[in-house]
Design a protein around this ligand. Structure first.
Ligand code: HEM
Length: 447
């Protein structure tokens, strides 16, 4: 996903926003920083400011240290719902203006109209080199329709139900086993971060002994914009590795995603090997990092509001609405981009062909025209669809999987860790970031 590392541009007129381009849901050193913090908790120490410093190394280039970008986004949404800035500052094109879009309805219009607003620039820019040519999120029709239909067969409902029972629950349980007897944990390093990588490795049907290597490649690919060469090298290694697995699965299919992709067929057509490799590579930024962050956001939102956490603990049927509210209130990914294919108009603002459009998903999720009192986290509010999974032809393919991972995580943590609560002596855990958002750490006590 192409993202732009800016929250709202200034709503005053002349000042130029500090912007530069970020392409993926990534961050340098994520693994080492969360592990360092976790290791200290295991050793009975509190995470120190130094550890948080490590985390900043990871998060700042992508996310910035924004605790609360929402007041600025609300001002921008009110002052200029479709905001034109004269020079895009985008590496690919400084000549065209860029438009920031803040309102829910306007963003919906753009996302639903793949004819006027293209996603092709996502491949043309950095992503193609690292990920390959067949990156679903960066394709337009007719290629997108065909490719999405083929890969979607692997995400059918029956497969999802099996993944939940046979994979997601055992992965979550096994992670919780490691700290359940300790009475304390740091849930980002010990749980939310490794959780979706393990689920993804399981989905792909990778042999257990290859998991560590897969995790190293995965982290290298996620770190693409801080260590580009390493990401490209890891991407090539993943491809070599997958080539062996793919030819085995073509011969002897199993119940896993690679077998499903290898045998997916539509009107007599099948996916090529390169299409399968590209899809698997995309799962790392698209599925792993977003879910790690959204699971942390859900836990933080509830743990920091004990009344709502108690309500969920007492009545687990509230979990789905808690998940949707957490996704609305604290989206893990705050923007998406498109390119105007031709001259067009959005909410009365003329947009010339070639302009970049930045869709401020986080601003749309707090649009008071849709949600009363939008800056309040309230699992009991009237449910309305949020925009955190996008909409239209590119709507998130993994949204049901992500929801299942969040649901299983919360259920099992509540089952296994009695009286789960934030550690009052924890080092100021909080959600931060202006492009990607998630908690810095989640020090908890239980039992
Ligand atoms: C809470 C977690 C997640 C969030 C917030 C999220 C968000 C998004 C968003 C906003 C898009 C649309 C991007 C655009 O229109 O430019 C998207 C697309 C996509 N997501 Fe997710 N995602 C999540 C989890 C997952 C998971 C678990 C997977 C798969 C394992 C996944 C796979 C994809 C794919 C393949 C696309 C591209 C679909 C297309 O272009 O047709 N996502 N996601």
């Amino acid at each position: 996903m192409l993202t732009v590392s800016s929250s709202a541009p200034p709503h005053g007129d002349q000042e130029r926003p500090q912007r530069d381009c970020r392409f993926l849901a990534v961050g340098p050193d994520v693994e080492s920083s969360v592990r360092a913090t976790a290791a200290q908790v295991i050793a009975g120490q509190e995470p120190s400011a130094g550890d948080d410093g490590d985390f900043q190394v990871f998060d700042d280039p992508v996310a910035g240290d924004a605790r609360d970008p929402y007041p600025e986004l609300a001002l921008a949404r009110a002052a200029h719902p479709v905001q034109r800035l004269e020079m895009s500052n985008m590496p690919h094109d400084q000549a065209h203006p860029v438009f920031f879009v803040y309102r829910y309805d306007d963003i919906l219009d753009v996302l639903r109209d793949g004819e006027r607003f293209s996603s092709g620039h996502i491949i043309e820019l950095i992503m193609g080199e690292v990920m390959g040519r067949y990156i679903l999120v960066g394709m337009d029709n007719p290629g997108h329709r065909r490719y999405r239909a083929l890969v979607s067969t692997a995400f059918r409902r029956s497969a999802q139900a099996r993944w939940e029972a046979e994979l997601i629950e055992p992965v979550a349980s096994e992670l919780i086993d490691r700290f359940a007897g300790r009475g304390r944990a740091e849930l980002v390093g010990e749980f939310t971060f490794p959780y979706p990588t393990k689920v993804t490795a399981g989905l792909l049907g990778l042999p257990g002994e290859d998991y560590q290597q897969f995790q190293r490649w995965s982290t290298a690919i996620l770190n693409v914009h801080s260590r580009r060469e390493q990401a490209i090298a890891a991407s090539a290694q993943v491809q070599d590795y997958l080539a062996g697995i793919l030819s085995e699965r073509r011969r002897a299919p199993r119940q896993d995603l690679i077998s499903d992709l290898a045998h997916a067929e539509l009107d007599g057509e099948r996916l090529t090997a390169e299409e399968i490799f590209s899809f698997v590579r995309l799962l790392l930024p698209a599925g792993v990092e977003t879910t790690y962050r959204s699971t942390g956001n859900l836990l933080y939102c509830l743990l920091s509001r004990p009344g709502q956490l108690d309500a969920v603990r007492a009545d687990r049927s509230l979990i789905p609405q808690a998940i949707e509210e957490a996704l609305r209130f604290e989206a893990p990914l705050l923007n998406a981009t498109r390119l105007a294919v031709r001259d067009t108009v959005l909410s009365g603002v003329p947009i010339p062909a070639g302009s970049t459009i930045v869709l401020m998903l986080g601003a749309a999720n707090r649009d008071q025209a849709r949600w009363p009192d939008p800056d309040r986290f309230d699992i009991f509010r009237d449910p309305k669809v949020h925009i955190s999974f996008g909409q239209g032809p590119h709507i998130c393919l993994g949204m049901h999987l992500a929801r299942a991972e969040m649901r299983v995580a919360l259920n099992l943590l509540l089952d296994r860790l009695p009286d789960l609560r934030l550690d009052p002596d924890g080092d100021d855990p909080h959600i931060r970031g202006q492009v990607f958002r998630s908690p810095t750490s989640l020090p908890v006590l239980f039992g």
